[in-house]
Design a protein around this ligand. Structure first.
Ligand code: FE2
Length: 268
């Protein structure tokens, strides 16, 4: 049988070049300054508008400069969340995006990851910025998957599924070329991998804590948000499904417990 297992080190370092735009068309410095101003003036509508704009622009044309700029955006969000956690509650399921598929999912995952990190404390809290940025960028590889597949209102064919399952490797290649914490590229690469060896892509490395957290929050968001191909699951049904995965040894039970508890404080 063919061994499909790959190491991160096996990935071609130059591979990213075909995914990133060559020009820096978007400068985020000004938008980030506007975001700081909006936080200072407690202008919630502007906060939401600026964040969704930044994310949509970055996802529509990923370049190393706008990905590095979005790291500053997350830094601003984390700093303001520490002062006023309610601001992230404003974001979750309360924004309108032109393209809801990846941008909204990513913002939701980031918002839940932020809250999880502050709830769980310890290493999660001290690395909250890395976790939140990983939450926002974990699916950036999907920007290179065609809309026919991403938005298909039906089950994907085997070939389409294979294509879709390339997004962690594509995401890794995009993020690995940027001047951001290597843990973020690594988490994008591993977020669909499960502790029992199932999931994709097949890897030899141990799954990082960041990827384990994202794996849980990513699934929860996907199960509770509206998707074209399935009904919305209610919160308890989604948690039940995740708990089953924990019992099967696919997900980390301690992280899941903290995540579940973090949801009780403020229900999404
Ligand atoms: Fe994903």
């Amino acid at each position: 049988m063919k061994d499909n297992t790959i190491c991160i080190g096996d990935l071609a370092n130059d591979e990213y070049k075909k995914y990133l735009t060559s020009e820096n068309k978007v400068t985020l410095i000004q938008q980030n300054q506007e975001l700081i101003n909006a936080f200072e003036s407690k202008d919630n509508q502007s906060i939401k508008d600026i964040i969704i704009n930044i994310v949509e622009e970055t996802f529509s044309e990923p370049s190393s400069s706008n990905i590095e700029g979005i790291a500053d955006t997350v830094k601003i969000l984390v700093e303001n969340y520490a002062i006023n956690p309610d601001v992230m509650e404003l974001l979750y399921n309360n924004i309108t995006a032109k393209d809801s598929t990846t941008s909204l999912h990513s913002i939701n995952v980031m918002a839940m990851t932020l809250r999880f990190c502050y709830y769980a404390g310890g290493q999660f809290e001290s690395e909250v910025e890395t976790y939140a940025l990983a939450g926002l960028l974990h699916d950036i590889g999907k920007t290179q998957i065609s809309d026919d597949i991403l938005k298909a209102p039906r089950r994907l064919t085997e070939e389409e599924t294979q294509k879709m399952q390339e997004h962690p490797v594509i995401g890794y290649n995009i993020l690995n070329s940027c001047k951001i914490d290597a843990k973020i590229a690594n988490a994008a690469y591993q977020h669909h991998q499960k502790l029992d060896g199932s999931g994709y892509p097949k890897i030899k490395e141990e799954i990082s804590k960041t990827a384990q957290v994202l794996g849980i929050i990513d699934c929860y968001e996907a199960l509770t948000a509206c998707r074209p191909y399935k009904d919305t699951k209610i919160l308890s049904a989604a948690l039940k499904m995740l708990r089953k995965n924990v019992d099967e040894g696919k997900l980390n039970k301690h992280i899941f417990k903290d995540f579940e508890d973090s949801l009780i404080r403020i229900r999404y």
